[in-house]
Design a protein around this ligand. Sequence first.
Ligand code: NAG
Ligand code: NAG
Ligand code: NAG
Ligand code: NAG
Ligand code: NAG
Ligand code: NAG
Ligand code: NAG
Ligand code: NAG
Ligand code: NAG
Ligand code: NAG
Length: 644
Amino acid sequence: MVLTILSFFLLFTTLATSDDGPAIVKSICSPNKTQHPEIFDVNFVNAMEIVSQKVATDGFGISVSGENVSDRVYGLGQCFGYLSSIDCQLCYAESRVKLPLCLPSTYARIYLDGCFLAYGYYNFSGDIVDNWDTSVCGSSTNESNSTDFRQMANGLVKNLVSEAYGERDYYKVGNVSVSSRLEIYGMAECWRSVNRSGCKECLEKAGESVVGCLPAADGKALNAGCYVRYSTEKFYEVSLSSSSSSGGSSVGRRVGVALGCVFVSAVVIGAAIFWIRRKGSSAGAGTDDMDDNSAEIIRSISESNLSFKYADLRKATDNFDQRNKLGQGGYGSVYKGVLPDGRDIAVKRLFLNTRHWADQFFNEVNLISQIQHKNLVKLLGCSIEGPESLLVYEYLCNNSLDQFLFDSFKKNELDWQRRFNIIVGTAEGLAYLHDASAIRIIHRDIKASNILLDERFKPKIADFGLARCFAEDQTHLSTGLAGTLGYMAPEYVVHGQLTEKADIYSYGIVVLELITGRKNSSLATSGEGHSLMSLIWDHYTSKTLMELLDPYLQGQCSEEVLNVFHVGLLCTQASPNLRPPMWKVVEMLTGKGRDLPLPTQPPFINVKGAESSSGGSEASAIFSSSSKYPASVNLMSLSIVRGR
Ligand SMILES: *[C@@H]1O[C@H](CO)[C@@H](O)[C@H](O)[C@H]1NC(C)=O
Ligand SMILES: *[C@@H]1O[C@H](CO)[C@@H](O)[C@H](O)[C@H]1NC(C)=O
Ligand SMILES: *[C@@H]1O[C@H](CO)[C@@H](O)[C@H](O)[C@H]1NC(C)=O
Ligand SMILES: *[C@@H]1O[C@H](CO)[C@@H](O)[C@H](O)[C@H]1NC(C)=O
Ligand SMILES: *[C@@H]1O[C@H](CO)[C@@H](O)[C@H](O)[C@H]1NC(C)=O
Ligand SMILES: *[C@@H]1O[C@H](CO)[C@@H](O)[C@H](O)[C@H]1NC(C)=O
Ligand SMILES: *[C@@H]1O[C@H](CO)[C@@H](O)[C@H](O)[C@H]1NC(C)=O
Ligand SMILES: *[C@@H]1O[C@H](CO)[C@@H](O)[C@H](O)[C@H]1NC(C)=O
Ligand SMILES: *[C@@H]1O[C@H](CO)[C@@H](O)[C@H](O)[C@H]1NC(C)=O
Ligand SMILES: *[C@@H]1O[C@H](CO)[C@@H](O)[C@H](O)[C@H]1NC(C)=O
């Protein structure tokens, strides 16, 4: 009871201060564009993820993501000292949503009323001043037009600037009275990543620039390493976070954090709902920098029933809360959400920015949403009118196949019957994509983590169709975003040849994984420098395949297992032409006792010693084996017996 009352109190004070949510003061995008937008975007998302976690606990965070120096992304986020922990998270969420509009710029930063967020290609966190430093001035009021006002404001700023850098968290607020009716409030703060002398220098510069706003009633100096503001409005709250001295306020913040931890779920959700509802009603947010062409597309989407409102999806996922994150897929992170009507959904937050491909994107969404099959994850719609693009899928509660298959505990759930159903269901879904749907779709990225399971362990293929829209073959390979090497067909890896035969190969790998219980990465290396592929082939030729059976399956239905093994080998043959089409795979799996053709050799074998566990040499092993495609195709095996 007491807790409830307290949490309502907290909710109330939060709402009282957060008003319409933090306003954007200014965002600045560097004119320089990154050379590798796909990798850069992924690193951006990862860097922001780390910043998000640190800001949530500490009000400040820096991060770096990316292996290669040329694509590395640094991040920095900070909430101003007067924000409560909850307001801080809301402010961060707002800035996180707006900042990517600057991509593919190599550097950008955004100032909100309450927080700051930046990313860049180099470690800018110690920067204090640069060419983009600027000030934003409000309009003048009658009363501010006096010499008193100027002098008082000048004095206040000077004081704050000279004191803030000495404070433990570089933060100082203060106020002075000009007259009984006129008060001036001020604040000075440095990012916690700059050193003390840097902070001093930055604040002094910012102080000079902000008084240039006088006699305006409000002035903000936006520098690389600090922020100074004065205003006749009381823009900071001292309620929970106590006095205007920094020591007090940081204690207050810590209290806020502690309280926030206790009530965080109730309050964040409540505040978010309230805030978003207000935001939602003010409409049109985020469409400002769409060009005409995109605007047309966006209109046609919003008139269709595929359209979801950005604000609704943000609300459904609690502001894309970490706790709702289901995973990170090829094209973006996926969050669980609940729509107002109670429907569970999965929301995919795409890495890439809508503005560049809105028309093509909608075309795809439109086409893909018409595809319906029991073994394909249904696309419910999308949102592209907001600041980032979202896709909405049906939600499957039991997660992806890899989480069961490669977990020694959960593996128990996958008995042979379930695995067999997964193998058949996946084949049916793929057969539909390849042959039966209105448009032929090559998935390009079949792997265990893209096969989702429903509550009865029925498989559904995720992420199909997107590849048509995004990745051209080469970027697809170079980004490593999708197309995991272990699953990729040799002709695709080596020559970029993409037909449905590449999907069939990847499917074959999944089948072999399901039978052997071994991961694709250990397909590359096992004990004696053999790939699992060649191990399987050796056992096949010596008719001892059953020795490779997943130990968890021992004693279950050997006849059928051998048949499925055989199909797996047929699908992974080196020569694409020999791999059976998916409709035939379905027949082979479901029609019992038919004669199957003999498989020919799979790729990637006879490359002993060249392999190691590192991705690079795995790739080179694949490349070096490319010349070992069966030069002469065994014509006999082409005559696959059509079963019936
Ligand atoms: C943009 O790139 C050019 C050439 O690489 C470089 O000289 C310049 O400093 C860069 N500008 C910014 C703002 O990073
Ligand atoms: C790093 O970049 C170089 C050349 O730009 C490239 O050859 C290499 O594969 C990249 N490494 C990674 C891990 O992306
Ligand atoms: C403080 O940071 C500035 C800017 O990064 C740098 O030039 C200066 O050397 C640093 N001073 C100290 C004492 O570390
Ligand atoms: C970036 O610079 C800051 C100081 O300005 C330093 O604390 C931090 O460790 C640096 N980060 C990396 C990844 O070098
Ligand atoms: C403010 O002062 C300027 C000159 O200092 C004057 O031109 C202007 O009319 C004044 N505005 C008001 C609203 O008093
Ligand atoms: C400012 O002064 C003008 C006339 O001098 C008056 O009409 C207006 O209401 C005043 N505004 C405020 C906010 O006091
Ligand atoms: C600052 O504001 C508080 C109330 O908001 C007031 O009690 C205090 O006197 C003010 N300080 C100054 C120096 O005017
Ligand atoms: C709306 O969705 C239904 C299926 O839920 C579909 O049959 C119908 O064609 C859609 N209408 C429009 C205008 O897209
Ligand atoms: C999901 O899988 C678990 C086993 O990991 C099972 O107990 C549960 O019933 C399944 N269904 C749902 C809806 O979670
Ligand atoms: C497949 O193997 C690669 C390394 O070879 C690994 O990075 C990737 O996560 C694996 N994929 C799955 C779905 O297990």
